[in-house]
Design a binder for this molecule. Sequence first.
Ligand code: GAL
Length: 462
Amino acid sequence: MTKDKVFYQFPTNFLWGSSTSGPQSEGIEPGDGKGQNNWDYWYSIEPERFHNKIGPSQTSTFYKHYEKDIDLLVETGHTVFRTSIQWSRLIPTGTGEINQEAVSFYRSVFSLVRAKGIQLFVNLYHFDLPYCLQEKGGWENKEIVQAYEAYARTCFELFDDLVDRWITFNEPIVPVECGYLGNYHYPCKVDAKAAVAVAYHTQLASSLAVKACHEVNPHKKIAIVLNLTPAYPRSEQAEDIKAARIAELFQTKSFLDPSVLGEYPDELVELIDAYGLMPEVSDEELAIIKENRVDFLGVNYYQPLRVQAPTNSWKEGEPLTPEHFFAPYDMPGKKMNPHRGWEIYEKGIYDIAINIKENYYNIEWFVTENGMGVEGESAFKDNGLIQDDYRIEFIEDHLIELHRAIQEGANCKGYMLWTFIDCWSWLNAYKNRYGLVELDLDTQERIVKKSGKWFKKLSDAN
Ligand code: GAL
């Protein structure tokens, strides 16, 4: 990689690739036996909430085209690939009977990826819950913890021979925030007590999956993937610093500490307790969390979290939301991705690396998502090729910061871009394109972008 005529060499065996997820790439095909999940259900009742009314069944047809797509992984220089199993595909009603079509599909995909010499990371949960379980209370109902554990164990037993590394959950704070505090994901509730229960049950499920993974294969490594931006305060004033500390407790330490250190931070527990939000917790469960820490971490980083002291005061009786503790801070002069409306702050990745090194015993980790979404990307097409120099620059600038952190001892072992072929992004559907490969929605044709060709050279030269 060269930037400003400087040459950056990454450590030997550093992995280069990308991440996607089952619900965002597979699509639904007749006869595939997939059960309905929370996204399929929500789309069936409120399609207008999805950009251009494009729903989860119309994702990028990986189910049908995976052979061709895996060739594209090779063409774009992948040495690692991360995707997820859809729970609703493997066990259509959440518990009980296994869908054999799904077993054959995942075994074929995983075998082929491995046959191409690409390392395979498989995640078990990417915001997608079988709808039958959602109907029974979803993550609010503690019974789901056993259902998830059984599902995870099934995956380990069926596919362990083909998977290099496992992941329990992707960004588990997102369903908590979006589904139970922000009215942005199904079930669209604003209920702080439910949010805390959902977060606790998810953590417990993750720790049980770590345990099950090691029981099936003691040598297999398993992680959780977290979106770990530090919270940057508006100023050095005490109220802003306090707001940032609380934002970090809720948004990063809530999963990072129990997953890596085996326990929740005292300050978080006290805060939850002070507001009467404590879920039912047993000593036995806390012991499970303590004894089953992850082997490594996945880190997703897009933009920093900038906060200031809360701007509105909360009144008894109003729903309790994070804004009571911290408010977003729109920092003047920040560098923006104008095509997506997100801030670009490359140093965030360095700060994350140093935090992991200093406070989380320098656990092994991978960048499992980083990337640049662009609305209206077809405007950058020239001579049949998306000329996405902005994406190349975005990746380079983040890699320079990552490289600096590695030089200082950070234990990062690979970089996975979000994503390889333009994929469906929840409510935004196909509005923002992230891929190294362009997807034509009408014809499903795949065309490697300029960044895809560049990524191959990046990977080859390490
Ligand atoms: C992440 C999420 C991905 C993808 C990405 C870009 O938070 O894990 O599923 O949607 O954002 O929008």
